[in-house]
Design a protein around this ligand. Structure first.
Ligand code: URA
Length: 241
């Protein structure tokens, strides 16, 4: 049995706080009866409706996926390109990615059917740390990396403080591998940051998301998050509000 507001939030309809408001406003029914108190718990067989619309309820599932390059971060692609969800044919739950990686970016992507979890982690104010490894054109000087760290003026505003370090250089090919740690998740942010310092990205992979990494996985493989990891991510998102 779970609290009604939690069940509504998991369905992705509203935050827990908003779900409580919906209950107090009399917009929620359980088995056809309006419920206006917050203490009520419901089981898997109870019918919940919000604004007369039945709640689709599934057991929450959480996956850590090593997205290959050349795959779109969505449930379905109209152009027929491979989508991340195509890697989960055996999963009946309607999972979707938590945020996105570009078509050409590989690396760590979470997928879930828990709307509350996805909304919390994707919210910009939650500042989840993400570590990217970029292969860039040219070998950036220290001063250029400092610029990445201090903040770059992009068309949608300054980037927040970041960390950058060169991992290796190929002098012959004039390329470098740079690790960039950011807390934001703007569209094509890493590519735009490197572009701005004159070192365009040739290849990009996300290696870490909060405390999670890709250990033990090859591109195209996934594993379920443990219950403890899910709890830790909830706690992290709630603590950085
Ligand atoms: N930044 C990018 O530029 N691309 C990604 O896929 C993720 C972060």
């Amino acid at each position: 049995m779970e609290r009604l507001q939690k069940v509504i939030a998991h369905a992705g309809i509203a935050s827990r706080r908003k779900a409580e408001e919906l209950i107090l406003e009399g917009k929620v029914k359980v088995n056809g009866k309006v419920v206006k108190e917050l203490g009520v718990k419901v089981g898997p067989n109870d019918r919940v409706e919000v604004n007369e619309i039945p709640l689709e309820r599934e057991e929450p599932v959480y996956f850590l996926f090593y997205k290959p390059r050349g795959v779109i971060s969505s449930v379905h692609d109209e152009k027929g390109r491979k989508a991340v969800v195509d890697y989960f044919p055996h999963i009946d739950a309607r999972i979707y990615p938590v945020g996105r990686l570009d078509y050409d970016t590989s690396g760590l992507l979470l997928l879930t059917n828990d709307g509350e979890f996805a909304n919390l982690l994707m919210h910009p104010k939650h500042n989840i740390e993400k570590v990217y490894i970029a292969k860039v054109k040219g070998i950036p000087f220290r001063e250029k990396l400092k610029q990445l760290e201090r903040g770059i003026r992009l068309e949608d505003g300054m980037t927040a403080p970041a960390r950058a370090k060169v991992i290796s250089v190929d002098k012959r090919k004039q390329t470098a591998l740079v690790e960039l740690t950011i807390h934001e998740g703007r569209n094509r942010q890493v590519r735009r940051m490197f572009e701005a310092i004159g070192h365009p990205v040739m290849k990009l992979r996300r290696d870490r998301y909060a405390f999670l990494d890709l250990k033990g996985l090859n591109a195209g493989e996934s594993r379920e998050l443990t219950a403890h990891e899910v709890k830790q991510l909830y706690a992290l998102a709630n603590s950085t509000r």
